[in-house]
Design a protein around this ligand. Structure first.
Ligand SMILES: *Cc1c(COP(=O)(O)O)cnc(C)c1O
Length: 357
């Protein structure tokens, strides 16, 4: 406490980020604990990365210019509206650094992405956690009502990690109408490519209509590049410019830039894989519900098993059976959709467990 090297009090209070369990090197296990893509990289992407390795002695393009241009074209915005970073988690950190002073409030749902309290706390901002509804959805009405004159940002995680449901366009438009323009509304769409419900958010329309919106996307999930760390924000150029100012210099490494570009070129092939994951997700969800589990809607590449007080025990049982899942003690298990074999194991395991309604 009295050490002259004590970190800031907020740093001592912040809970550690818990990464998904990893298998020992020699262990054959289904790793369903980090919402990764079960498919290995496409040969075209791997080749592009291998070729790019000859330039490892050079710094990357600091502004990821070519990638930014490709993303801008894809989103129908100008390149100045796109900021890439070392994963969309880093980009969110930069958003908060650019916009939040100490003591400013950041409204977000809870339970939601575990990085939010960490990033908000590190910034010295105050997280205002709004409980999810009983079916794992954002309570957007309560979130709008939680906005005060101290609120600087409101985070919407859609689909919500770890519970699964996504917000709909109409309810997001309603939220944006209720929230003053001085509040930044950050739409974290890490899993948007897996969304299949009616009335899905049209983020381009939302961005065009509202100057206070930031959309976050990532190459870690649907595009299968989790190891390379690349994500980005799309926002009005003035906002994007502020995020860029806060960004780590050279934050997107050269291999990541090249792999992301190669993935955009192979988008059709990658989206077929996303369709396959979605089909497996729907099979898994239906199977679990048929077993009597009360599983919320799953719009990402994962399902939420509300196991309550048994959560930790069930996660340990899963490990014993070669399946790594992500427990949230006392609440439930988040299980990533894997390949057909892994999902079959999950269904077998879940069948053997007592249901906790
Ligand atoms: C996985 C995830 C991200 C993306 O993380 P990266 O840093 O881009 O790998 C962002 N938001 C949520 C909710 C996630 O689950």
């Amino acid at each position: 406490m009295t050490s002259p090297l004590a970190p800031r009090a907020v740093v001592r209070r912040i809970p550690a980020y818990v990464p998904g369990a990893r298998a020992a090197v020699d262990q054959r296990a289904h790793k369903l604990s980090s919402n990764e893509n079960p498919f290995p990289p496409l040969p075209s992407v791997r080749d592009a990365v291998a070729e790019a390795a000859v330039q490892l002695n050079r710094y990357p393009d600091m502004f990821a210019t070519e990638l930014g241009e490709a993303l801008a074209a894809r989103h129908g915005v100008e390149p100045a509206a796109v900021v890439a970073g070392c994963g969309s988690v880093a980009v969110l950190g930069h958003v908060l650094q650019a916009f939040c002073d100490a003591g400013d409030e950041v409204v977000h749902a809870w339970r939601s992405f575990e990085a939010y309290p960490i990033l908000v706390g590190l910034q010295g901002a105050v997280g205002v956690e709004v409980p999810l509804t009983a079916d794992g959805r954002h309570d957007l009405g309560a979130m709008a009502a939680a906005v005060t004159e101290r609120t600087r940002a409101l985070l919407v995680c859609s689909p919500n990690n770890p519970t699964g449901p996504a917000v709909r366009h109409a309810e997001l438009v309603e939220l944006l109408a209720a929230v003053p323009e001085r509040v930044l509304v950050v739409l974290d769409e890490a899993y948007v490519e897996f969304v299949r419900h009616d009335g899905a958010v049209d983020s381009a329309a939302v961005l065009a209509a509202h100057p206070n919106v930031v959309v976050l996307r990532t190459f870690s999930k649907a595009y299968g590049l989790a190891a390379l760390r690349v994500g980005y924000a799309v926002a009005r150029p003035a906002i994007a410019s502020a995020i860029r100012t806060a960004s780590t210099p050279f934050g997107v490494n050269h291999l990541a830039q090249v792999a992301a570009l190669a993935s955009l070129r192979a988008e059709d092939e990658l989206m077929e894989r996303v369709d396959a994951v979605v089909a497996e997700r729907d099979r898994l969800l239906a199977g679990l519900r048929a077993q009597g589990w009360s599983v919320p809607d799953a719009q990402g590449n994962f399902v939420w098993l509300p196991a309550g007080p048994r959560t930790v025990d069930l996660a340990a049982d899963a490990v014993k059976h070669g399946v790594l899942v992500r427990p949230f003690a006392g609440e439930g298990l988040r299980i990533t959709v894997g390949d057909a074999e892994a999902n079959a194991r999950v269904l077998e395991l879940a069948e053997s467990w007592p249901r906790t309604a």
